[in-house]
Design a protein around this ligand. Structure first.
Ligand code: UGA
Length: 440
């Protein structure tokens, strides 16, 4: 069969990455978004977010002539054989459920123009059952009716590794309702599959579930080790060593077992909440009730980090200068959505501390959302005259800070290592009071 022409609907983080990578891999790709400004930036070669390696690939894709952008769903419908839906599913205001407005709107807008056989592929993270609902919607709205099929291809990319995860993912999951849909998906991922990437073909509901099940598992692993950190704190044991010892068991493994401030970002926190909300609707809320505990353990990390800073500040942070190193929800990202770092920094500010933040990539985003905080020019600048330094995002440049150089600029050499990123012996040798949750 012929090589399909692809459209990617929604050019946010996921969509832009997918569109760019697919064009680089040789497909004709049309990126679609309702936001003209976003389209204009991408078309002029600018990636509107921080992602290592992506700007270079965008330049390459544009140069090849295989990547174009539009705001027209009609143009998309006429152009594409396989349409990837990559719009966001944020947490609903005032609820834990996922907001399906963008998915429903984009699928409807596309379907209205589908006059020939085509495959619509959902990539967004959605409540299980969405694909079945959208199948009915598409068949009803599309002039081509039953000729249009729906499939689900969940996305597992990590921010900071988006290119690598798209070009050579651990696995592909194809949720399909027919052999034709599977063949079209195999054709749409041919260069990826050619590298030996395993593919798991499932039904639609299973494919939707794989995504939330994976993110729930990852969140559980992180909260598990952070729960152990709480126990370590009460016993004087060292969670860092505990995690390393557990990791030797290949059944457990060391990845996503790093204790610290816990998880944030635009995915893990909202996905576990949406999963609980959906499970409740399905009458199986009890089956994933443990995720409430996972969320609770995760939230407590932020509160405990504030407590530890307060302890080092002598019992009260009011009027104290605190240097907050990090704002992004994780290193190699400028994303501050549900960032534990900024949660801690703004709580300290609310408690009366004078907080100065520095982050290598997320400064603009942080200033926009938290104008009440102060911002430094560098880690050392933020630490000037600080009573307590708190490391909140484990950027490599923070790991490489010379403790003696930082000791020379602070008011008092006290540090809370919220990410277990520093060597306690090295910092203590340089005269610092070093503290980390779950470590003696
Ligand atoms: C996560 C998943 O890892 C991806 O597979 C998934 O595709 C994505 O969500 C999504 O649903 O779109 P991401 O949010 O980019 O990716 O970030 P992660 O690398 O998973 O980190 C999430 C959070 O967990 C960060 O705040 C990180 O600091 C924290 N974390 C991670 C820990 O606290 N400990 C660890 O051991 C690992």
């Amino acid at each position: 069969m012929n090589t399909p022409r692809l459209t990617v609907i929604g050019t946010g983080y996921l969509g832009a990455t997918h569109a760019i990578c697919m064009a680089v891999l040789g497909f004709e790709v049309l990126g679609v978004d309702v936001d003209q400004a976003k389209i204009d930036r991408l078309a002029s070669g600018e990636v509107p977010f921080f992602e290592p390696g992506l700007p270079e690939l965008l330049a390459k894709a544009l140069e090849s002539g295989r990547l174009r952008f539009t705001t027209s769903f009609q143009e998309a419908a006429e152009f594409g054989d396989v349409h990837f839906i990559c719009v966001g599913t944020p947490q609903k205001q005032g609820s834990h459920a996922a907001d399906m407005t963008y998915v429903d709107a984009s699928v409807s807008a596309l379907a209205a123009h589908l006059t020939r056989k085509a495959l619509v592929v959902g990539k967004s993270t959605v409540p299980v059952g969405t694909a079945a609902r959208l199948t009915a919607l598409v068949k009803e709205l599309a002039p081509a009716g039953d000729e249009v099929e729906l499939a689900w291809n969940p996305e597992f990319l990590r921010e900071g590794f988006a290119v690598e995860d798209t070009m050579k993912p651990d696995r592909l999951v194809f949720g399909v309702a027919s052999a034709w849909a599977e063949e079209r998906l195999r054709a749409a991922f041919e260069p990826v599959l050619a590298q030996g990437v395993p593919v798991k073909v499932t039904d639609l509901a299973t494919a939707e579930l794989v995504k939330v099940a994976a993110n729930s598992f990852l969140a559980t692993k992180i909260s598990y080790i952070n729960a152990m950190a709480e126990v370590c704190e009460a016993t004087g044991a060292d969670v860092h060593d505990l995690a390393e010892a557990l990791a030797f068991d290949t059944r457990i493994g060391g990845r996503f077992l790093r204790p610290g401030l816990g998880f944030g970002g635009g995915c893990l926190p909202k996905d576990i909440r949406a999963f609980m909300a959906r499970a409740e609707e399905l009458g199986v809320g009890q089956a994933v009730g443990f995720l409430r505990e996972i969320d609770g353990i995760n939230q407590r990390r932020r509160a405990r980090t504030v407590d530890l800073v307060t302890e080092l500040a002598g019992g009260d942070v009011a009027g104290k200068r605190i240097a907050a190193l990090g704002a992004a929800f994780k290193p190699n990202s400028d994303d501050i959505r549900d960032a534990p770092a900024l949660d801690v920094a703004s709580t300290l500010h609310r408690l009366g501390a004078r907080v100065t933040v520095f982050d290598p990539a997320a400064m603009e985003n942080a200033k926009r959302v938290h104008p009440e905080l102060s911002y430094g020019e560098s880690a050392l600048d933020a630490a000037r005259d600080a009573d307590v330094v708190v490391l909140l995002t484990e950027w490599t440049e923070f790991r490489e800070i010379d403790p003696a150089a930082m000791a020379a600029v602070v008011a008092g050499p006290s540090i809370v290592d919220g990410r277990h990123a520093l060597d306690p012996a090295e910092w203590r040798a340089a005269g610092w009071e070093y503290r980390a949750l779950g470590r003696p």
